[in-house]
Design a protein around this ligand. Structure first.
Ligand code: HEC
Length: 127
């Protein structure tokens, strides 16, 4: 119970609620087009494409695709990486299925994974 309480308060305190808070904690703003999309193209889009008729139902060829729904619903909950499959699937022990990308040899760097988290927590903008 104690532990649950601690986690909960960390979660509440950790939520962005002011400009200052956001600036200091998250650093500079991540650009979808310039920072994140190249990473998605490099690691994700080949499988998550219309052409590949991807089984997850989630495509990643455009911003609109990424914001769309896969078999498990919306992959991105703007402002909440902790609830976003797009980010959770990059971490060990994802909520379902395998860690992305599903390959032992290909791995994102911690910095690349962090880009996903920051972009979602900053509102998942088309910027
Ligand atoms: C080699 C092909 C392949 C690559 C590359 C790949 N994925 Fe996937 N992805 C899959 C498969 C297959 C599934 C369905 C099974 C599962 O959920 O583990 C899936 C499922 C998903 C889902 C769940 C969608 C839903 O609603 O069910 C997300 C989110 C996802 N992938 C994100 C990513 C991201 C982000 C990348 C790039 C870092 C990536 N994937 C790269 C094959 C791939």
């Amino acid at each position: 119970m104690m532990i649950l309480g601690l986690c909960l308060s960390a979660f509440l305190i950790g939520r962005p609620n002011g400009e200052n808070d956001q600036q200091s904690k998250k650093g500079s703003e991540v650009s979808f087009a310039e920072d994140l999309f190249p990473v998605i193209k490099k690691y994700c889009a080949a499988c998550h494409s219309q052409e590949a008729d991807h089984p997850s139902g989630l495509f990643m060829e455009t911003y609109e695709d990424v914001m769309g729904e896969g078999r498990h619903g919306k992959a991105v909950i703007p402002g909440n990486a902790g609830k976003s499959n797009l980010y959770q699937k990059l971490l060990p022990a994802p909520p379902f299925g395998r860690v992305m990308p599903p390959s032992r040899r290909i791995k994102l760097t911690p910095e690349e994974i962090e880009l996903f988290r920051r972009w979602i927590d900053q509102g998942a903008k088309n910027n």
